[in-house]
Write a protein that binds this ligand. Sequence first.
Ligand code: TYD
Ligand code: MG
Length: 448
Amino acid sequence: MSKTKIKYVCSNCGCESVRWLGKCPECESWNTFTQELIETSKRKSTSITSNYKYNTLEKISVKEDERIKTGISEFDRVLGGGLMPGSVILLGGDPGIGKSTLAMQAASKINQKVLYVTGEESEKQIKIRAERLKLKSSSFFVQAETSYSAILGAINEISPSVIIIDSIQTIYRSELENSPGTITQIRECTSLLMEEAKKNHYCIIVIGHVTKEGIIAGPKILEHMVDTVIQFEGESNHSFRILRAQKNRFGSTNEIGVFEMHEDGLREVKNPSELFLSERERQTPGSVVTSSIEGTRPILLEVQALVTPSNYGYPQRVSNGFDQRRLSILLAVLEKRAGIRVSTANVFVNIAGGIKVSEPAADLAVCASIASSLSDKVIDNKTVVIGEVGLGGEIRSVGNIDKRIQEAEKLGFTQAFVPDGNKKEIKSLHKISVKSFENLDQVVKNIL
Ligand code: TYD
Ligand code: MG
């Protein structure tokens, strides 16, 4: 016999409690506990079925070329070469960023049956968007539905290769008493979809919204359940969008895909460096270009710094697109090892275009831009600056130096500042003039 009980669940991380709590003990967010019903039934002992199978590793065969190409190469690359049958992909992003647009564009290019389930829009709205995007596809099925059982019915009838659920927050199972969008519903529907995907080799793309904090709404558990998590990022005042894999059971997680939103949908950006440098002012103090590796691809980025005198005891340190703590460390190193007086100055650092850099190879460019802004001396705008900065002020070598230099050369740069440790690896065929440095002090002296 089953009876229902009440529990409280954190809508952010899925942490459970028997009492309501103001602050989640796990993810420390406030006011996220909501009441949910649980069905408890007496636990039965497990009986063994005769219907099971297993294999030795050797005997399990995998066909290569199994992946389904979406025809959007930026998307395919982030996925690790295309959609993997039997996998569930969570596509997250802020509302209005273009998740539905991306999913529809990809769906129309797949030349296999695709079922697009929409719980947020009507069939008509989907049609209007398809017309705007000029999509043509005869194997694109649309279902405006939120009930899981009805969706399963359509899946069984159509038997599509790819299923898109837009969005998971709207789907519900009527057997559960919780309303759509609650943790229990999201978790239950996702796990049923997972099961369905594994059993019948469907590839399922689940779209999920992101909360203000940048976490996919619904429990973190969702991220643990699915095979791949990709985030669609961007700023509302920029037209470009970045697709980033956060978790990928079938590929690398550091690939990014760059898109631009236009009147007629998303367009791939084949050469992101050009895009990110396109609005660069000529010869401004505090502006330095670095070559960053995103996934397997080098991208040139402009680091901007503004250093101003501070009138208060606590100078401000603000960074956009670069880790704030890393900036604090670099400022300390600049002061101690290169004699740059920044402890009483406000320092603002920005990576132009709204992109984020997370690799340490951008350190030297950040330091150089700060030194340049403080001294009001321009760094030659055909120079690219590459290197990690250590606490001792030493310039540490970075990976993929040739790729980085090649990209800079391609875009017309004539000089590269690189770590001394990388000098040996650099092929001599580069036309660009390469200057290598051992420590920050040398770089700063060179700039000033
Ligand atoms: P959408 O895909 O609906 O976002 P999401 O599903 O992530 O909520 O995209 C919405 C935004 O994209 C909307 O502000 C309008 C814009 N847009 C374009 O600029 N061009 C287009 O061709 C389309 C379809 C949308
Ligand atoms: Mg949408």
